[in-house]
Design a protein around this ligand. Structure first.
Ligand code: PGA
Length: 226
């Protein structure tokens, strides 16, 4: 089964990194690059995702990017509801759902991010929190992916145990009658990607910090092949 590597640069990277990625990874069909919007067009021969999208089709929303724009330049995927968007830009579950619907309307697969806080995790509330997010953020139909990213694992170097990841990924998949692609994200690096990617319910990884290092991504792509 194909295992995906989704490289979320966040607000990082430059033309040097763009060129390094293209040189090193242009032949990989399981890599999705998520650069800042201004670089997406550089990756014309590779799969790309937006980091965000607006929930209106068009109009007087200075500074926003619509799903129509992303579709227009051939973008196939878009992150929606990343925890940084929720935390710093006040994105609610309802907003996340509207963004996901906009993507689906424009033939872009939304990668909808969900995850519990540290206190939810410590209080054993992970499944409850995820169920609420699934109920409130996910469209009823259309093609979408889910990225399970525990908030306490993002950028911290901490991850759930492999057993926990496997169990939660299975729990998320069990919420749907159809097969859904579910990624794991949160402190994935070359050193732990191999074990995480081997888990049967992990369809791929969403990588933040480590995606800025070509050697890290190269190693993950090799793990993904095995
Ligand atoms: P990280 O970020 O890999 O730096 O933990 C993951 C993410 O935010 O998607």
């Amino acid at each position: 089964m194909k295992k995906w590597i989704v490289a979320n640069w966040k607000m990082n990277g430059d033309m040097t990194l763009v060129n390094l990625y293209i040189q090193a990874f242009k032949d990989y069909s399981n890599l999705i690059v998520v650069p800042p919007f201004v670089y997406i067009k550089e990756f014309s021969s590779m799969l790309c995702a937006g980091q965000n999208v607006y929930y209106e089709n068009d109009g007087a929303y200075t500074g926003e990017i619509s799903a129509k724009h992303l579709q227009n330049i051939g973008t196939k995927f878009c992150l929606v509801g990343h925890s940084e968007r929720r935390a710093y830009f006040s994105e609610t579950n309802a907003i996340v759902k509207n963004k996901a619907l906009q993507c689906i309307d424009h033939n872009i697969v939304p990668i909808i991010c969900i995850g519990e806080s540290l206190s939810d995790y410590e209080n054993g509330k992970t499944e409850n929190v995820l169920t609420t997010q699934i109920n409130e953020c996910l469209p009823n139909g259309g093609d979408f992916w889910i990225a399970y990213e525990p908030l306490w694992a993002i950028g911290t170097g901490k991850t759930p145990t492999l057993d926990e990841i496997q169990k939660i990924q299975m729990f998320i998949k069990s919420q749907f009658l159809h097969t859904v692609t579910v990624l794991y994200g949160g402190s994935v690096k070359a050193s732990n990607a191999g074990e995480i990617l081997k888990l049967p319910n992990v369809d791929g990884v969403l990588v933040g910090g480590a995606s800025l290092d070509i050697a890290e991504i190269d190693s993950m792509l090799k793990h993904a092949k095995q």
